[in-house]
Write a protein that binds this ligand. Structure first.
Ligand code: ARG
Ligand code: ZN
Length: 471
């Protein structure tokens, strides 16, 4: 059609004649959710409410196979839509009917349903798949940890494309049932509550349920041979911890840390308000990388976190994320300061409580170790860029920003903010801008300049000195 030859009204009329009215305004869902840091992350056009993953994993070969059933609601008229996924797909069904599908690049699965989908309707998608996650590379990189006895999915900002199809962005949280069958003698660990486990034909199936909204990157799977401890908190919540049988001389230190998770949660509840989930714990697989991750209800810890003995501080950090990061998740990845600045600051609060140095003393120490010409000061925690998302400045300068806030508004309002924020945005998403507005509302003080100095200025600010000593 030669658009330019026709007046707009004529064009519209001719379109109506040429295309049945019902199909006229159906288009493809966007291949990304609109996060400038990671344009391919997430997708447009639908909102997921629940994932049901029924999987089987063989540690010997690293073969993961199974079926994902995804329940969603359409948010626009869709001719097709994307899921984020990297393994091999053999069949896709949409609302019960076989759909066409194709892979685009390493991590986009394009699904074209037999019948276009109307906006505002319930959508069910069934994806059958199989593959070896360790063989999947996205941009040359794999987030899947293969271990001598299994495999682990735990990485930020994303790990899901290595093991299940999803709308892979924190903006689209959902509940999960994760059911995984593994050879007898091996465990499968995920988020939430272990509903049941049973064995037949040499395979044991573990059924996990996470019943509060959960971001895809916080959804974890670990398969391996573990020692398990279970208990209940004083409030009756189930505690489930797992330690690889292969931790060598780190085993004692790992247990001496993670067995204190309930105690840490109790302390953080005093500071941040009610624990947001219905289960807790931690797990330590025999991975070689060094980090930890706040996987929802059950953080992932590298054995290396326990190289020098017990490390309660990392447990405090990952458990603080349950409020700051998991229940209240970022709107976009540029908002990472809300996760890491507050998780680091909570380590300082724990130190203060333990008499190992107050938050102010630790802030002064960190500030003092960074000379004005240290490139540390050029990273803006409020918008660090994708390459610096986990730069130490996001953590340390991020926590300095929190100390600066505390000094500006005083302890009474500061702790009101720390507790009010997770209550106000529970199980949702929020941005740095939302935090600044919230802190201004609670304190009644203008704070834009303070946050500009601490979160955005590319240079070393004046010290975040305690209010009393500034007079
Ligand atoms: N949120 C995690 C933590 O601070 C960071 C994980 C970053 N990933 C990494 N490969 N360094 O606990
Ligand atoms: Zn963190």
């Amino acid at each position: 059609m030669h658009r330019r030859l026709l007046a707009p009204g004529v064009l519209a009329a001719s379109l109506l004649l040429a295309i049945p009215a019902s199909a006229a305004n159906f288009g493809p869902g966007a291949p990304g959710i609109g996060d400038p840091y990671y344009p391919a992350s997430g997708n447009g056009g639908y909102d997921v409410s629940h994932y049901d993953l029924r999987l089987k994993y063989q540690p010997r070969t690293d073969l993961l196979e199974g079926t994902a059933t995804i329940l969603a609601t359409t948010e626009q008229n869709l001719s097709r839509f994307n899921l984020d996924f990297g393994l091999g797909v053999s069949e896709v069904r949409v609302n019960g009917k076989k759909a066409k599908f194709s892979k685009e690049g390493d991590q986009e699965l394009v699904v074209t349903p037999a019948v276009p989908l109307e906006k505002g309707r319930a959508l069910s998608v069934v994806v059958r798949y199989a593959g070896k996650p360790s063989e999947l590379k996205v941009g040359g990189y794999t987030a899947w940890h293969r271990t001598p006895d299994g495999g682990v999915a735990a990485q930020e900002p994303d790990s899901a494309v290595w093991w299940f199809p999803s709308n892979d962005h924190p903006l689209d949280k959902a509940t999960y049932d994760v059911s995984v069958s593994v050879p007898d003698g091996t465990q499968a660990i995920s988020n939430g509550v272990l509903q049941s486990q049973s064995s037949k034909l040499g395979w044991t199936r573990y059924n996990w349920r996470s019943n509060k909204p959960q971001a895809s990157y916080l959804t974890t799977l670990a398969v391996g041979r573990f020692d398990i401890t279970t208990d209940r908190t004083a409030d009756g919540l189930p505690v489930f911890n797992a330690y690889s049988k292969d931790l060598g001389d780190h085993a004692g230190a790992a247990r001496a840390s993670i067995e204190r998770t309930a105690e840490v949660a109790e302390y953080l509840t005093e500071v941040f308000g009610p624990y947001p989930f219905n289960a807790l714990g931690g797990y330590v697989p025999n991975v070689t990388s060094g980090y930890a991750l706040e996987t929802q209800t059950r953080p992932f810890y590298s054995p290396r976190q326990f190289a020098n003995g017990a490390n309660i501080s990392v447990v405090v950090h990952e458990m603080a994320h349950q409020w700051y990061g998991d229940s209240v998740a970022v709107k976009g990845w540029k908002d990472i300061w809300i996760n890491e600045g507050f998780a680091r600051y909570s380590q300082w609060l724990w130190s203060e409580k333990e008499g190992e140095g107050t938050a102010q003393e630790l802030a002064d120490y960190v500030y003092g170790t960074r000379a004005a010409d240290d490139p540390f000061w050029t990273v803006a925690p409020g918008d660090p860029g994708p390459d610096n998302q986990f730069h130490v400045a996001v953590y340390d300068r991020g926590a300095l920003a929190v100390q600066a806030l505390r000094n500006e508004v005083g302890d009474e309002d500061f702790f009101k903010i720390l507790k009010g924020w997770p209550a106000t945005f529970a199980h949702g998403n929020a941005s740095v801008g939302d935090f600044v507005k919230y802190a201004e509302k609670v304190s009644g003080k203008p704070l834009a300049e303070l946050f500009d100095t601490w979160l955005y200025e590319p240079s070393k600010p004046d010290a975040p000195t305690a209010a009393e000593s500034r007079i």
